[in-house]
Ligand binder design. Structure first.
Ligand SMILES: *[C@@H]1O[C@H](CO)[C@@H](O)[C@H](O)[C@H]1NC(C)=O
Ligand SMILES: *[C@@H]1O[C@H](CO)[C@@H](O)[C@H](O)[C@H]1NC(C)=O
Length: 436
């Protein structure tokens, strides 16, 4: 009795809700909304990107940290989780197998609650900021996300049985104030992109537009035009590069043989002011052991480079900026300038471009001053790359600052990453995204 009804109930309830709330004009194939979204804002104290959604019955707002890694959504189920609609994912069920769980919480003596259930599939929620993980029940509950963005928050689409993992209160340590979990945007089966696509029957892809401050950026799941005020449509103008799969898991807890669920890209070189920086290209490929290569991470505030790459980029950038007066280095950065002596442009401080060159020369992500330079409190302006040490697991980690006010499309179906370069160039920002 435990196995099948979950899914049956889920799809019936889903149809009912969507017939009521879906806009009249929608994708012909499914019955659901063509897209749902999450707001994204930057928490200044931690430099994490946080979001807000509605979960449970009665629906409660939940604040959580966005993460391109991770396996599922996880929230603290120990404190303040009140809901009449949660259900356990039984050990040995199809969902439990799909979640690649081989953990099972067989019995719990206390009063039943999301954190205390019998015969429940188990997961290993990880705080990817502090790299602390624990074990927790895998359960389902109602999750609601908006279907439009601007001018008003639109109608909500509801997933009646959204699968997630129960974290613990101690796991929240290190997250932005008020956050009670993390939203995984990884390629894992039950991370948001794939689970939402399966629930609402839209494309397995999402677009990420991170704001540089508390302003509202957005994560758009499914099939939506990428329209920004004033009248900028980026849907057809993204540049694409293949997404790569690292054959070895990069998560804190994994099973031998697991592939990484993070997003890797084939960086082949870096240019500064149009000139190639000499790099050890072996570091740019992913080895059989899963070491090396380039990934994107929203929990890394700045781009992190293996030591020799870091030095080469710093040296090249210094050589191209010998006319700009320097300032003492401000940790964690090595190369800083007197901010008052740097001109400004529409795309940030007037400094040489940094180009991330992918497999094809034509597909290069041009990084302008707004995304390469970091203004420090003391008035210095520093090249925002950090030394990741001589033996990091991944050689290049493209961090949040470099992604801000850029539109990035993670197309899991097409296995490609689309990027726009700076929206400032087109006189708009992530804050101007609109849908509906
Ligand atoms: C688990 O099962 C045992 C034995 O049937 C029962 O005593 C206990 O209350 C159950 N626990 C929960 C949380 O339902
Ligand atoms: C390039 O990097 C690889 C991997 O770390 C290393 O084995 C090799 O010695 C490096 N080559 C040079 C010329 O430094």
């Amino acid at each position: 009795m435990a196995r099948m009804p979950l899914l049956a109930v889920a799809s019936t309830a889903l149809l009912l809700v969507l017939f009521v709330s879906a806009p009249p004009c929608r994708a012909a194939s499914g019955g659901g909304p063509p897209a749902v979204l999450l707001p994204a804002s930057k928490d200044d104290a931690t430099q994490q990107y946080v979001t807000m959604f509605r979960q449970r019955t009665p629906q409660a707002p939940v604040k959580a940290v966005l993460d391109l890694a991770g396996a599922t959504l996880w929230v603290d189920c120990e404190a303040g989780y009140v809901s009449s609609s949660y259900a356990r994912v039984p050990c040995g069920s199809k969902a439990c197998r799909l979640a690649k769980s081989n953990a099972c919480a067989t019995s719990c003596d206390g009063a039943p609650s999301p954190a205390c259930l019998n015969d429940t599939c188990g997961g290993f929620p990880e705080n990817t900021v502090t790299h602390v993980s624990t074990s927790g029940n895998i359960i389902t509950d109602v999750l609601s996300l908006p279907t439009t963005f601007r001018p008003a928050p639109g109608p909500l689409a509801t997933a009646p049985a959204f699968l997630f993992t129960c974290g613990a209160t101690f796991l929240l340590e290190g997250l932005a104030a008020g956050a009670t979990g993390m939203v995984s945007l990884s390629r894992a089966r039950f991370a948001l992109p794939t689970q939402l696509a399966a629930t609402f029957r839209f494309s397995r892809k999402f677009a990420l537009c991170l704001p540089p401050a508390a302003a509202a950026g957005v994560v758009v799941f499914g099939d939506a035009p990428y329209v920004f005020q004033p009248g900028v449509d980026l849907s057809k103008s993204l540049i694409y590069t293949p997404l790569l799969i690292n054959p070895v898991s990069t998560a804190g807890v994994s099973t031998k043989g697991d592939k990484s669920t993070e997003y890797f890209v084939g960086l082949t070189g870096i240019k500064v002011n149009g000139r190639a920086v000499p790099l050890n290209t072996t570091l740019l490929s992913i080895s059989k052991k899963g070491v090396g290569g380039t990934k994107l991470s929203t929990v890394s505030p700045y781009t992190v480079l293996e030591t020799s790459i870091h030095k080469a980029v710093i040296d090249a950038f210094a050589a191209e900026t010998s006319m700009i007066p320097r300032a003492p280095a401000v940790a964690p950065f090595k190369l800083c300038y007197d901010g008052s002596k740097v001109g400004s442009t529409r795309v940030g401080p007037a400094v040489p471009t940094v180009e991330l060159v992918f497999q094809s020369e034509a597909a290069s992500w041009v990084v302008f001053g707004a995304n390469s330079m970091v203004a420090t409190k003391g008035g210095a302006l520093c090249l925002g790359v950090v030394d990741g040490g001589a033996t990091p697991e991944t050689s290049v980690v493209i961090g949040g600052h470099m992604m801000e006010d850029n539109l990035l499309e993670f197309d899991l179906e097409g296995s490609r990453l689309g990027f726009s370069s700076s929206l400032l160039f087109r006189q708009t920002t992530c804050n101007n995204f609109r849908l509906g």
